[in-house]
Design a protein around this ligand. Structure first.
Ligand code: NAD
Length: 417
């Protein structure tokens, strides 16, 4: 997989997994995929910031050795038109922890989306979106600082499973006949048909990750978000399997919301995480009205898709919202926005989304001190109103800087401490 076209750094050591845990050396090799469109601009800026944060946090005792991996247009250039080389997939598995910029999906390239394919082939079943507010960032909320949520969205099933039949197709006719004649279902003729599989296996492994995260990060509650009032055997089952998993595998460290009131009079006991559930539509509302009631969310695929973007908007929008797709151990951190082609190579856009995805990556490998340096110094730069164009147009008297100019300002701030 590594060779002439894709090189492994000579000095670093690969991360490994022992006893189901990551073992991270002081000189780990991490992968990065620049991405298309604005990807190279934001990646260049962020690599400088992450490296500086690590250097400052550990006085040079720790250092990331970056392996550039290829996917998207840059891969096509190196791998004979292949946007999605097997070599890169193998490298992502071998290196375990990587980060990527946005990718263009080639029209007619045989892919629904490179991102979706990546999640599928690596079985990255949890899409993780941390959403919190950084002081100074323009927000439509009166109290955006109340939002501090980590959303775990199931990434592999639900209506994203790709089981869909076009209106009028022979496959659709076959299913229509079966459903109407054998199952007694009623629906309008010629309806396109999509299938929404939600399994105990898929639901439980996602909820397990969410609860484990809550335990590891001293979070107070995990909310199972679903639409089980309408879709009982899929969304409702997700909720039921979530509670079942919590009881069976985390019985010592969790209580349900009912138990909180019945046994503890509403006072959360030390060391116990509250597991509760909310219907998806009301969650959207509560996320604006009472965000402090939420901490970690576990959602089905489609609900999580909508909800993660809606919550991100509360704290500054897609230009700053980070994300990751995580499997059993392999993790690909990523900017959540697209390639914004009209801004390609203009050194103009906000590096925030990729930057904070990298912060999550540092936390994932246990380098929390470096992550913290970025988290504490970022708002100091924003409060000085040194921002890229997207924030500048929402602020008064802002100093608009380029992507690299923002990186310079943040690096200077980190160095000053
Ligand atoms: P987009 O996110 O690329 O851009 C929409 C708009 O959002 C831009 O025009 C810009 O105004 C703004 N924007 C995006 N990122 C920004 C940033 N970092 N800073 C400031 N402003 C920013 O969405 P799109 O135009 O719908 O998609 C363009 C391409 O990106 C498509 O090919 C699509 O397939 C791809 N895409 C990739 C990913 C991914 O790789 N994760 C995600 C979404 C879309």
């Amino acid at each position: 997989m590594f060779g002439e076209r894709m090189k492994l750094p000579v000095n670093g050591t690969k991360i490994s997994v022992q006893n189901n845990k990551l073992v991270v050396p002081d000189n780990p090799i991490l992968g990065y995929i620049e991405g298309d469109g604005i990807g190279p601009d934001i990646t260049r800026a962020c690599l400088r910031i992450w490296d500086m944060a690590v250097k400052q946090a550990y006085n040079g005792k720790r250092k990331i050795h970056w392996a550039e991996l290829f996917m998207g247009e840059k891969a096509a250039g190196k791998f004979n038109g292949n946007y999605f080389p097997d070599e890169t997939i193998d490298a992502l598995k071998e290196i375990i922890v990587s980060i990527k910029g946005p990718l263009t999906t080639p029209v007619g390239g045989g892919f629904r989306s490179l991102n979706v394919s990546l999640r599928q082939v690596l079985d990255l079943y949890a899409c993780v979106r941390p959403v919190r507010y950084y002081s100074g960032v323009p927000s439509p909320m009166r109290h955006p600082e109340q939002v501090d949520i980590v959303l775990f969205r199931e990434n592999t099933e639900d209506v994203y499973s790709g089981i869909e039949y076009q209106s009028g197709s022979p496959e659709m006719r076959k299913i229509e006949k079966f459903l109407k004649e054998e199952m007694g279902a009623t629906f309008f003729d010629d309806a396109g048909i999509g299938i929404k599989p939600i399994s105990p296996f898929g639901s439980k492994r996602l909820v397990r990750k969410a609860i484990q995260y809550a335990i590891d990060n001293n979070r107070k509650n995990v909310t199972l978000v679903h639409k089980g009032n309408i879709m009982k055997f899929t969304e409702g089952a997700f909720r039921n399997w979530g509670y079942e998993l919590a009881r069976e595998e985390f019985g010592d460290s969790t209580i349900t919301e009912d138990e909180l009131w019945d046994k503890y009079d509403g006072k959360q006991p030390e060391g116990k995480i509250v597991i509760k559930d909310r219907i998806a539509d009301i969650t959207f509302q509560l996320m604006q009205l009472r965000p402090t009631e939420f901490d970690v969310l576990a959602t089905t695929n489609l609900n999580g898709d909508y909800l993660s973007d809606a919550i991100a908007a509360e704290v500054g929008g897609m230009g700053i919202a980070p994300g990751a797709n995580i499997g059993e151990h392999v993790a690909v951190f990523e900017a959540t926005h697209g390639t914004a082609p009209k801004y390609s190579n203009l050194d103009k856009v906000n590096p925030g989304s990729l930057l904070f995805s990298g912060v999550s990556m540092l936390e994932y490998i246990g380098w929390t001190e470096a992550a913290e340096l970025i988290k504490t110094n970022y708002p100091k730069v924003i409060e000085k109103k040194i921002v890229t164009y997207d924030f500048a147009r929402q602020m008064e008297n802002a100093t608009e800087v380029s992507t690299s100019g923002f990186a310079d300002a943040l690096i200077e701030q980190i160095e000053k401490g």
